[in-house]
Design a protein around this ligand. Structure first.
Ligand code: KG4
Ligand code: ZN
Length: 322
């Protein structure tokens, strides 16, 4: 079964192809440079750019996989959440293809895509497992009880983890996206130099909070701490916070498999911290932690039960997964 997946939920255009659960093409056109000059994503510009590049990306993905459009069996696209204008570009494009080619169509939740990206190289894994999604827009901890069934254990009370990296990077005069920049600078700093406290310690829930750290980082800049030390200490405390919540959830639920996905999953310090905990860890392969189309195709393939969604299923800017 050959599945086409499209994601245009934010500022990356992603077109991917998955054959029988294996990624055979994954093309992403990043708009980072376009939005960088505005200090954030400009929704209208994002939508326009998606319309400009989506046809070419589809051609490239088909060429990479060595298949023709007619070979595609199922067409999936991100339904939400995201910027509605941006979402609609890929979503209606996919519906149009499904209609023209007479193939089933599936609307996929963006977070479901992130989740299944971590299973790209682990087709043997079966639920139940824990899933931490940490990206620029989300910090969510789910218990996946069965394919397509999610229980939300905790979420952020304010900023997302990636958003915190981005905001602190801006404070330090670093580029966007901030995560990789902070990680680079942190390598030259002392992670204990700035006494940042781990947020929400002692809580009985599985919530996350990052906005206090952002303020604490601003204070550290004002006090004249070394930038590399701030970066290293900030990264250390974010990692401690994420790890302490997910490891407690693992203990409480008895689940020993943890999937970590979203842009922040690329962070080496986070990986190393979790690796020491002795859980079975699943991370997305290179190029699949951040937004892409192959993850949407993978999610559709996992969920496929012989029937697609109605073409009347609307896209949604706000769409809880559970
Ligand atoms: O999943 P993603 O590409 O887009 C969203 O759906 O948000 O995640 C992007 C986020 C950005 O906030 C970026 O700063 C963060 O992931 N990120 C990282 C790293 N690489 C990307 N954060 C920490 N360490 C990294 N190495
Ligand atoms: Zn995403």
């Amino acid at each position: 079964m050959l599945v086409l997946g499209i994601d245009t939920s934010c500022d990356d255009t992603g077109v991917g192809l998955v054959r029988d659960g294996r990624v055979v093409a994954n093309k992403v056109a990043s708009q980072t440079l376009l939005h960088q000059q505005y200090g954030g994503v400009v929704p209208e510009l994002a939508s326009r750019e998606h319309t400009q590049v989506i046809d070419g990306l589809l051609e490239q993905a088909l060429a990479e996989a060595g298949v023709r459009l007619q070979d595609v069996d199922l067409i999936a696209a991100t339904r939400g959440p995201g910027l509605i204008g941006a979402l609609l570009v890929g979503y209606t494009y996919a519906k149009g293809l499904a209609l023209a080619l007479k193939r089933p169509f599936m609307g996929v939740h963006h977070l479901e895509g992130h989740l299944y990206a971590a299973l790209a190289e682990h087709p043997e894994v079966e639920p139940p497992f824990l899933a931490l999604i940490a990206s620029g827009g989300h910090s969510h901890l789910f218990r996946v009880t069965a394919w397509g069934q999610y229980e939300l254990l905790g979420a952020t009370m304010d900023d997302a983890a990636g958003e915190a990296f981005d905001k602190v990077a801006r404070l330090l005069g670093l580029g966007y996206p901030g995560g990789p920049e902070i990680e680079k600078l942190a390598a030259q700093g002392d992670p204990e130099a700035v006494p940042f406290g781990v947020p929400l310690q002692g809580q009985s829930h599985y919530a996350f909070s990052f906005s206090g750290l952002k303020t604490a980082a601003l204070r550290a800049v004002e006090k004249g701490f070394d930038k590399a030390d701030i970066a290293a200490s900030f990264q250390r405390v974010v990692v401690d916070h994420l790890a302490s919540v997910v490891l407690r959830a693992a203990r409480d639920t008895g689940l020993q498999t943890l999937l970590v996905t979203g842009g922040v999953a690329q962070n080496r310090a986070l990986r190393e911290r979790l690796e020491r905990a002795g859980l079975k860890l699943l991370f997305p392969p290179r190029g699949m932690a951040t937004d892409n189309g192959a993850m949407i195709a993978l999610a559709a393939w996992r969920r496929w039960g012989g029937r697609g969604d109605a073409l009347s299923l609307p896209a949604a800017a706000y769409l809880p997964l559970a």
